[in-house]
Design a protein around this ligand. Sequence first.
Ligand code: NAD
Length: 415
Amino acid sequence: MNISVIGSGYVGLVIGACLAKLGNTITLVDTDKDRVAAINNNVAYLYEVELDEILKQVHIEARTDYRGVTDSDIILICVDTPSDETGSISLKSIIEAAEQLAEEMEGKENYYVVVVKSTVTPGTTEEVVIPILEKSGGKIGVDFGVCMSPEFLSEGKAVQDFMHPARVIFGEYDKKSGDTLSNLYHNFNAPILRTNLRTAEMIKLASNAFLSTKISFINEIGNLCKQLGIDTYEVAKGMGFDERIGSKFLNAGIGFGGSCLPKDLKALITSSEQIGYKPRILQEVLDFNDKQALRLIELLKRHIALKGANIGLLGLSFKPGTNDMRDSSAIKIAQALFQEGAIVKAYDPLAAENFKRLFPQIEYTSKEDILNCDAILIITEWEEFNNLDYKGKIVIDGRRILKAKEARIYEGICW
Ligand code: NAD
C-alpha cells in the first residue's frame, strides 16, 4: 500500500521503517529538518534495536512538507502529544498536523483514510481532528475516512512490538474506514478489535494507566517487604504464577518514567477532572510514583553525608535499550542530589548525550570511573552493570543488579 506517516519520532520512524520492510511504499513527513535529512541518508537518528539495519535495507522518502501525502491510501498521524503545564495532553502538534493535512486535502478526489496513532484523550479525534480535516471541503465518510488506532510499541523493543503486536485496535468512523485500515494489517497475526473512535482512545490511556498502577502497586508491596525483611522479588514470583495477575511489570524499583506512562496517566487524570470526576486511584498512583525514586536519596543519606560527596549515577535512561530520558527517574534524582550539595558523575551507554542537554554540570564518565565515587546509585537496569566489581563500594540499588550485592554497603530500594 501507499502510506504516509506524519511525524517521524520514535513511533512514526519505527512504524514507517517496519511498513517499508513489509513492502509498502512509505513517505515520512516531519517538521524537523535534521530528522528528515538523517532519514533520507538511511540513518536512524534515535537508538532502537534493529532500526538502523532496516533503514539501510528499505527506501523511504522523508520530507518536511505535506505535498502528495493525500495520494496515499492511508495517512498515519504520529506526532507528539506531550503533557502541557496542567498535565493535559498538548494538542499543538496534532492540530498543526491536521491543519497542514487539510490544506493538502483540498480538491482531492481519491479516497484515503487518515489514522490518528498519537495518544489522545477520548473525544479528540471526533471533536478536534475531524472538524479540522473537514475544513478541506472534503466530506468525511465519502471523500475520506478516519480511524483512531493507538500504538502500543514500547521503546527498546519497538520494532518487535510493532511487527508482533499483542493486539491491534481500530477505532473507526465508519466501516469503510476500518476496512481500508485492515488491509494494512492483513499479514499480522494479532487479535484485532474494531470499535468506535473514543473507545480506541480510552483503550490506550486505560492500558497505560493499568501498567502504571501495577508498577506503583508492586513498589508499595516492595517498600513494605523491605521493612519486614521479606524478599519482594520472591513475593512477585509467587504472585506472577496466577494468570489473573501475570508475572510482567512486577519488578519493584524506583518507579515508572519515559515518554508515555507518566504523561498518559496525567492526561487521564486531568481529562477526568474536566468532566467533574476525581480519579482517586490514578492520582495516588501518580503521587506515589513521584516519591518512589527519591527513596533512593533517603536510603543514601543513611550511609553518607551528601554535601560535597561524589555521587555516581549508573544509568540515566528510563529503561535499558533506549537513549530516551524523557521523564526518567534519573532527572528527579539528579535534581535532588544537587539540592543536597552533592557532586554528581554519571554513566549511561546510550543516554548520556541527551541527559547532558538537561544537566551540563554533571561529569559524564566511564562506568569504571563511577565506581571511584563515594557512593553509587543504580538507576537503570543495563545488563552491563552486572559485570562491574562493586567490592568495597557503597551502592544503593534502584533496579536489583545482583552483582552489586557484593558491595561493602549495599541497599536495595525495595529489598
Ligand atoms: P516524538 O516526539 O519522538 O516524535 C514526534 C515527531 O512529530 C517529531 O519528530 C516532531 O518533529 C514531529 N512533528 C511535530 N509536529 C509536526 C507536524 N505538524 N507535522 C509533521 N511532523 C510533526 O514522539 P513519539 O515518542 O514518537 O510519540 C508520538 C505519539 O505516539 C505520541 O502521542 C505518543 O504518546 C505516542 N506513543 C509513543 C510511544 C513511545 O514509546 N514513544 C509508544 C506508543 C505511543
